[in-house]
Ligand binder design. Structure first.
Ligand code: BGC
Length: 781
């Protein structure tokens, strides 16, 4: 079904809205066990803001109203709008509502003073910035943070970011990015929570809670901006900014839930994306911006365009000129124009000529004023210029960044040789050669803090542990280049060591925006370095630094221990050192399917059932996991990913008992009644025993998946519906129990209604998306 020709009876629309809201509440409710705080923040929805909003609005001229909808980047002068030198005059005339990329508190106050003292209505400027994974105290990239599977870590990390940014005068972050990412070629996979809508929803809500706290007007709260609405991560061929074609059904099932969860958690703002969605750019898309966001979800916050996305409607080919671009974006529901200057240039004429109504203008301005009022900016517009240094790099914040890093690492391989698994390393004195271009300054991805802070590199952290004289350092090659001599000296260094820690992967600027890759292997000459070092016969631990999974099948075959470290942030060095030596037992799990080869992309576990499942033809190709058995296959590559979604190893071992369900029969009509009544009771409880069968204490991210067959539309081979981290001492068993509310069994049907249907049901409690033994049940009419 094409999204713009949606026709439904009003009853269906109401039902869909109710069910949709219920779904999000359920998604949030099911993760409450890991929440730090609960309930939407006192924010843009607060009705007590109305009187002040209306009284300001009544006094504004049309020009002043339009000014509130205009935003420029005043920091780094790149792109349209930023070349202006007359911001001071414009602010004094009430022509600017928001500035971003200004990070000097003194400069922020200087601009704010003009707004508060010289502009007629004294409306404060809203200062924004991309605070993506920390302001100055840098946390692991969002893909790493999500690999903790711990929303409470994300909430705490976002709170630290909010504390630091607000102390600097920044009250608005363009984060979280909640785009579902199924294609590792797309560099912005690094900025999100991976491929799954359920996990992504939990993480989206956690970011919002962390940034916004329980009150937006608390001095250390900042407004979140959930982005990029919507479908941006589905860029064809993984090329950033590329076209997306996503049916309404798929949009609702996979791409919208994290945005909806963020709206339910009270996000103050949302950013419209660059991509063309089914032929209509997201920044000129009334179906997603007005129908879904405003009407169905009841969003009252601010919609800002992405950088010059209004201007880009011209190259998109749907606007011949700036005036048309401004009109289309504005009428579609974009309140604020980021940097294109087209609202500033054309909105007055658009409203004056009746192409947009004064009421529409007022509505957009209300959204901006609500955010500013909710933040308390009118009452406290200035920042204490001496506050920032005290707020930055607090030891507790660094400690949290270290914990987050430790929990983000995913142990991909730790094979048992005659002497047992290579990791953790023995405490006996060792000579360690750290070889590879990464591991020193491995963590400055795009959009990351510029501050240095108290960093300890991986070699330095290892030296602190085993002694300076026991750690040698050889880069071997650069990230993208290298020489034979460099490789030879690294090989000589390896030969003198007891163990090699190889640090390979991508530079931080190889992921993030405009950093799509067609090849997902090790860049430059790193593969040569890898093979040369492995051929020395020394034990090798490979640490992969990257903003995405890398296709390194040779390494997975020949290197005994491989750890995905992502881009671990300010405390990455000590976190890695503690992990290598076993003070930390890795517990991170993949939030994206790890490909064997780039030709498998896009690759995701929750693929739909197909008519010719490969399992019917060939069950012998290893590994014959559950997901890969259900999808059609390549003639020259396995279906299975290198590592499935949800996978991650540990220094101990866990075994799972049978999945036990509380009932074998559910009724679709009872489920739908429960959904409509927003019933809080579980429709089914599911439990399994998980035993730590190794000799170390460990934490395990236990996952719950379901599958529905016999439904009116094709459903995924598996869908995540729950997850929980349990700490289990060696030799002990814990019963892990989940409650599935009625919504867990509902699907988006062919009429794009969210409802339960008769179906055969399988339920797994399992360590990842590819294993486990299922319990079976039935949903009867
Ligand atoms: C990115 C956004 C970012 C904005 C402002 C754009 O290029 O797509 O994610 O928030 O710039 O820096």
């Amino acid at each position: 079904m094409i999204v713009y020709t949606l026709r439904r009876s009003s009853v269906c629309i109401v039902l869909s809205i109710v069910l949709n809201i219920v779904l999000s509440v359920a998604l949030l409710a099911q993760t409450t066990s890991t929440r730090v705080s609960s309930g939407p923040a006192r924010g843009v929805d607060d009705p007590t803001l109305n009187t002040r909003v209306e009284s300001i609005l009544r006094r504004m001229t049309v020009e002043e109203k339009i000014g509130q909808l205009v935003q420029y980047s005043a920091g780094q002068p790149t792109g349209p709008g930023t070349g202006r030198t007359d911001y001071d005059d414009m602010i004094a005339r009430g022509q600017i509502g928001s500035l971003f990329n200004v990070v000097d508190p003194h400069e922020i106050n200087r601009y704010q003073k003009i707004a508060m003292e010289k502009s007629r209505l004294h409306i404060p400027i809203l200062f924004g910035l991309d605070v993506i994974h920390g302001f100055k105290t840098e946390f692991p990239i969002p893909l790493g943070l999500a690999s903790t599977w711990d929303p409470s870590i994300i909430e705490k990390a976002s709170h630290v970011a909010a504390m630091e940014a607000s102390a600097d005068g920044i009250r608005w972050t363009f984060s979280p990015m909640v785009d579902i990412a199924r294609d590792a070629r797309w560099g912005r996979m690094a900025e999100g929570a991976g491929e799954d809508p359920f996990l992504g929803s939990a993480m989206a809500a956690a970011y919002v809670r962390g940034y916004q706290g329980t009150r937006l007007d608390a001095p250390d709260s900042i407004a979140a901006c959930v982005k990029h609405y919507v479908g941006y991560g589905a860029a064809e061929a993984g090329r950033d900014y590329n076209t997306t074609e996503i049916s309404e059904h798929t949009l609702r099932q996979f791409y919208l839930p994290p945005f909806h969860a963020a709206v339910e958690a009270g996000t103050a703002s949302l950013m419209s994306a660059f991509n063309s969605l089914n032929g209509v750019p997201s920044t000129a898309n009334p179906f997603t911006l007005r129908q879904i966001l405003r009407r169905e979800w009841g969003f009252h916050g601010l919609v800002v365009s992405d950088w010059n996305a209004v201007g880009e409607l011209i190259p998109h080919g749907i606007a011949a000129d700036g005036a048309t671009a401004a009109r289309k974006a504005f009428l579609a529901g974009v309140d604020m124009d980021m940097v294109s200057s087209l609202y500033h240039d054309h909105l007055q004429q658009i409203v004056g000529s009746g192409q947009a109504t004064p009421a529409e203008l007022d509505e957009a301005v209300r959204h901006v004023l609500r955010v500013k009022l909710a933040l308390g900016l009118f009452d406290h517009p200035f920042v204490d210029e001496d506050a920032a240094p005290k707020a930055l790099y607090h030891p507790d914040s660094i400690a949290l960044a270290q914990t987050a890093a430790e929990r983000s690492f995913v142990l991909l391989k730790n094979s048992s040789g005659p002497g047992g698994p290579l990791l953790p390393l023995a405490t006996a004195p060792l000579n360690i050669a750290v070889i590879g271009p990464l591991g020193d300054d491995s963590s400055y991805p795009e959009g990351a803090p510029q501050g240095a802070g108290p960093r300890v590199s991986l070699p330095a952290a290892l030296a602190q542990r085993v002694g300076e004289g026991h750690v040698s350092r050889f880069k071997g090659v650069g990230i993208l280049d290298g020489t034979d001599e460099g490789i030879a000296s690294a090989v000589a260094g390896a030969q003198k060591a007891d163990i090699v820690v190889l640090t390979l992967g991508e530079s931080p600027d190889m992921s993030g925006e405009a950093a799509s890759r067609a090849h997902l292997g090790l860049p430059g000459r790193q593969q040569e370095l890898l093979e040369a070092i492995v051929h020395t016969g020394k034990p090798v631990v490979l640490i992969l630094f990257s903003g995405r999974p890398l296709t390194v099948p040779w390494a997975f075959e020949h290197v005994p221990a491989v750890l995905a470290a992502w881009l671990p942030g300010i405390a990455g060095g000590p976190a890695l050192s503690r992990t290598l030596f076993g003070e930390v037992n890795p517990s991170g799990k993949l939030v994206v399917s790890w490909p064997r080869s780039v030709g498998q992309e896009p690759l995701y576990y929750n693929a739909l059932n197909t008519g010719r499942p490969a399992g019917d033809v060939d069950l012998t190709r290893p590994p014959t996991d559950i997901v890969s058995r259900y999808v059609s296959r390549y003639i020259d590559e396995q279906n299975a990913p290198q590592f499935p979604f949800g996978y991650g190893g540990s220094y101990t071992t866990f075994t799972y008992g049978a999945t036990i369900i509380s009932t074998q029969h559910l009724s679709a009509s009872a489920l739908n009644k429960g959904i409509a009544a927003q019933a809080n009771e579980a429709a089914m409880t599911v439990e399994a025993d998980v035993t730590n069968t190794g000799s170390r204490a460990g934490e395990e991210v236990v996952q719950l998946y379901i599958q529905l067959r016999g439904t009116s539309v094709t459903e995924p081979v598996r869908m995540l519906k729950g997850f929980r981290t349990v700490a289990i001492p060696p030799g002990e068993t814990k019963k892990v129990k989940f409650e599935l509310k009625p919504e867990a069994f509902a699907i988006w049907n062919g009429r794009n209604e969210f409802a339960a249907e008769p179906a055969k049901l399988k339920v797994w409690i399992s360590p990842d998306s590819a294993r486990g033994s299922a319990a079976e049940a039935e949903i009867i009419p």
